[in-house]
Design a protein around this ligand. Structure first.
Ligand code: NI
Length: 146
């Protein structure tokens, strides 16, 4: 392969055995691809620790729409945070539960604060913020509304 550097890694047999089993379960066909993903995840996590970094991520919330005023509260929160929400998708999970996925971009600290606010609304069963990548190009600019 062009543009790729090969590296050698020394591992204890037990550790390698556990690693092979875990990547087999996940469906990896090669150790190299599994190691590349681990390295990418590890680098991404370091980026997530910089609170001022512009990031793109998703906030997933699951809630019971019968809970008192929850729909109004979540809608109000989203309308007051237009600058960081790029788009959102609503899925009706069953007769009472809803899932909302918000794709957001902004400073990490801002995204965390918004995710905390959304997750702590009474009736939210689950709220989770996941970072996807540093915001650059178009998404960075979409995040700047003012
Ligand atoms: Ni719904």
């Amino acid at each position: 392969m062009d543009g790729v550097t090969r590296i050698g890694v020394s591992l204890e047999p037990e550790l390698l055995d556990k690693f092979d089993k875990s990547i087999h379960k996940k469906g990896y066909v090669s150790r190299s691809e599994a190691v590349r993903d681990l390295i990418r995840d590890s680098l991404a996590e370091i980026e997530w620790k910089n609170e001022d970094e512009w990031m793109v991520g998703t906030i997933v919330v699951v809630y019971d729409h019968n809970s008192t005023q929850i729909v109004d509260k979540l809608t109000d929160l989203q309308h007051s945070n237009l600058g960081i929400i790029n788009t959102s998708v609503h899925v009706h999970l069953d007769s009472s539960k809803c899932m909302e996925i918000m794709i957001c971009s902004g400073e990490l600290k801002t995204l965390k604060k918004f995710a905390d606010e959304v997750s702590s609304v009474k009736g939210v069963l689950r709220g989770r913020l996941t970072m996807a990548a540093p915001a650059s190009g178009n998404l960075h600019h979409i995040g700047h509304r003012n």
